[in-house]
Ligand binder design. Structure first.
Ligand code: AMP
Ligand code: MG
Length: 525
């Protein structure tokens, strides 16, 4: 196994001088050196071929004992010095102080094909930032992270990636629903990959402590290595940096809304400075379209991180980041302009995205209530988001039969969880919406077929439905890892018709409606 190691973060930024692995507050440093804990019997369960190729590894490399040792944390690669990052964060709206990589350890940065990848083990033991927790991860949450990060990538959503999924061979104690029923679960280790794992919280912790020199070093480092288009040397570079982070964050959120992804814990420590989806914990996918839905049981009361609130939470988080880097600029006007612009840009990007989901191209012809009315009708009776948009692509400008009023119903009936509810006023509202939609289509120049092709390129047919991940987990708990591979393969081509995989293009089965792990998830992972 030959990796082209090019470490930057731990070479260019200030390290914690204390090398002991004891839990503590770490000052004036961006990271602490820490060695992964040796797992007792590591076993490779699955890996991403594409991600391996990204760092220059082929299938022989992945099957080598070196790979098993390095990516389970058993052995540290020559000339590398693994470390955990120091960051803070606002959790559920409150400043939480120092958090840091409590169960993530960065192994090294690798360069391949002109791209740089930071490789990080999640679940490889405690670090100085573990606080009261153990530094491990369980198999169920590791399967969810591994599958979802690769699925997001193939959906075209900016995301961190996952190279490998291993069993550690150790048992980990968890109280899955925080209800006093703790039990042992299998420990696992995922190797994540991203250009960088720097978060909003890395800046916030330094600003909160008034460690402005280190803050400046981190900002300069981030700009130089990850925002290299920003060339100027004066203070304006920090504003350009902030604008770019804001734009990338906004783009990421529009993608989440497009595919129906709910992150579940949008704390500022879970916001990537590169605008990548990061930290796949109690996330979930919309099945029935519902703006108020959140999978995270910890957030059941407030629903702070519900689907429809993600765009404003992102803005709230960006304000926290603006506050953190403000001392480098010492003028608020520029920040305010960028933050105000976020709202304008978001609205535009959201409208463009929704138009693309509907196969509409001509903004001048868009009536202002078409999209809001759709959001309303989708929520009148539980309607599966993925199935609805996919089936909608077959709608025609002219209608197929004389009986046009039932046309639309036949088309999208598979998306309704309770088809018997589509009557009376609900029916009429749907009918009105479809009439308006057809009028829009008639003003467009695309043929039905052209529109269908375009719509199918933005409306996925296959997403990692909450129950699908749970099926992979249940099978894995019984020693059957084939479902992990089946879903991983399926989700590499989420926009393609896969006739052999129609069984995954169905509504959530009823047994999954209230099952733990399917619609209800906790942060315990
Ligand atoms: P999360 O909610 O997973 O984003 O985690 C918030 C903070 O808690 C981060 O600093 C994590 O590193 C830390 N953390 C979460 N789970 C564990 C664990 N099992 N052991 C140590 N630290 C953890
Ligand atoms: Mg986190």
């Amino acid at each position: 196994m030959n990796l082209n190691i090019k470490d930057k973060f731990n070479k260019e930024l200030p390290a914690d001088p204390d090398n002991s692995n004891t839990r503590r507050q770490v000052h004036n440093a961006c990271f602490s050196y820490v060695t992964p804990r040796k797992p007792s019997m590591p076993k490779l369960l699955h890996y991403s071929e594409e991600m391996a190729a990204n760092i220059g590894l082929d299938s022989q490399d992945v099957k080598s004992s070196d790979f098993l040792k390095v990516f389970s944390g058993n052995e540290v690669m020559e000339n590398t010095k693994p470390y955990a990052m120091c960051y803070g964060g606002h959790q559920f709206g409150q400043w939480a102080g120092q958090l840091g990589d409590g169960r993530a350890i960065n192994l090294a940065e690798v360069e391949h094909n002109d791209k740089s990848w930071s490789l990080q083990l999640k679940g490889a033991g405690a670090t100085p930032y573990s606080r009261t927790a153990d530094g491990f991860a369980v198999l169920r949450s590791s399967i969810r992270e591994h599958l979802c990060s690769e699925a997001m990538y193939h959906l075209g959503v900016p995301t961190t990636r996952s190279l490998s999924l291993m069993l550690s061979g150790d048992q980990v104690m968890r109280d899955m629903m925080y209800d006093g029923n703790a039990d042992y679960e299998k420990g696992a280790i995922v190797c994540r990959a991203a250009e960088s794992f720097i978060r909003f919280g890395n800046f916030e912790i330094l600003a909160s402590r008034g460690e402005l020199e280190t803050l400046k070093k981190l900002a300069d480092y981030t700009i130089k290595n990850h925002f290299s288009d920003i060339q100027q040397e004066d203070k304006s570079k920090y504003l350009d940096f902030f604008r770019e982070v804001t734009n990338r964050t906004q783009e990421m959120i529009v993608h989440w809304q497009r595919v129906g992804f709910v992150h579940g814990v949008m704390n500022t420590d879970n916001m990537s400075i590169l605008g990548l989806t990061i930290d796949f914990g109690p996330y979930g996918w919309l099945e029935g379209y519902e703006e108020n839905w959140t999978p995270n049981t910890t957030d059941r009361q407030m629903r702070r991180y519900r689907f429809g609130h993600q765009p404003s939470v992102a803005l709230w988080n960006l304000v926290r980041l603006a506050n953190a880097i403000y001392p480098l600029v010492e003028e608020s006007k520029g920040f305010e302009e960028i933050l105000n612009q976020y709202q304008v840009n978001y609205q535009q990007a959201y409208a463009d995205m929704m138009m693309s989901k509907l196969g509409l191209e001509n903004k001048e012809n868009l009536k202002k209530d078409l999209i809001p009315n759709l959001i309303e009708v989708l929520q009148l009776s539980e309607t599966d988001m993925t199935i609805f948009f996919r089936k909608l692509a077959a709608f025609t400008k002219e209608g197929n039969s004389k009986n046009e009023e039932i046309d639309f119903l036949a088309l999208i009936k598979d998306a309704f969880y309770n088809p018997e509810e589509i009557k009376d006023e609900v029916y009429l509202k749907w009918q009105n919406w479809f009439e308006s939609y057809r009028q829009h289509l008639q003003l467009e120049s695309l043929t039905d077929n052209q529109r269908k092709t375009k719509m199918n390129a933005v409306n996925p047919k296959y997403v990692l439905r909450n129950y699908m991940a749970q099926l992979a987990i249940d099978a894995a708990d019984n020693g059957d890892y084939s479902v992990i591979n089946e879903l991983h393969t399926l989700l590499k081509k989420p926009y393609q018709e896969q006739l052999e995989n129609e069984k995954w293009f169905v509504k959530r089965p009823e047994w999954a409606r209230h099952k733990v792990g399917c619609s209800m998830l906790s942060c315990s992972s």
